[in-house]
Ligand binder design. Structure first.
Ligand code: PNS
Length: 173
């Protein structure tokens, strides 16, 4: 069985991620979407929230499993018996970092391949940070995230914005 791992922060999942995950299901028998749980990195959504959103967004894909992992991706891939890591490339600027990661993961887990899928031109500009910036200020993200989780993402980011705003105001009052 060919198993592909799609790793990422998914903070939150976007239509760009979904495009890569959906295309990966055409190449691999099973696709594991692996959410990085890195306590040292500040995220807007908890790892549990990110996993829940991804599970709902991939409900229509029977060969997709959503999981979280800590530590090295190369070790996690070995644990899952993955054939390859699947990453999306948006632009040339992504390449240098991804190339370094692919070589590192290959060194750590001999035989582990990294498969790069070029992002659809529609999603070239898209990232979780872009989604968060727009949503926090009430902008329209309906064409950027899966429709089944649109309201959850909007509410969550708006409440975060209100909380941070309140903290700032009380600090300065
Ligand atoms: O969505 P992101 O934040 O670009 O995803 C990055 C991710 C999770 C793929 C990358 O940070 C990762 O693999 N982290 C696990 C730690 C690791 O294995 N690092 C590589 C060796 S230094």
């Amino acid at each position: 069985m060919r198993i592909g791992v799609c790793p990422g922060s998914f903070d939150p999942v976007t239509l760009g991620h979904m495009d890569i995950i959906e295309r990966a299901t055409k190449i691999f028998d099973k696709v594991i979407v692996a959410v990085l749980n890195n306590p040292a990195k500040q995220t807007s959504f908890t790892v549990e929230e990110r996993v829940t959103l991804l599970k709902r967004a991939t409900e229509h894909l029977p060969t997709v499993e959503v999981d979280s992992f800590e530590g090295l991706l190369a070790d996690y891939a070995k644990l899952c018996h993955a054939t390859a890591i699947v990453k999306g490339l948006r632009a040339l600027s992504d390449f240098e970092y991804e190339f370094q990661m692919a070589l590192t993961n290959q060194r750590l887990n001999k035989g582990l391949e990294t498969v790069f899928l070029t992002t659809s031109s529609d999603n070239m500009f898209l990232s979780s940070s872009v989604v968060k910036d727009i949503a926090r200020f009430g902008g329209d993200i309906s064409t950027l995230v899966p429709s089944c989780i649109l309201n959850d993402i909007k509410q969550r980011l708006r409440s975060e914005e209100r909380r941070v705003g309140k903290e700032c105001r009380s600090r300065w009052s």
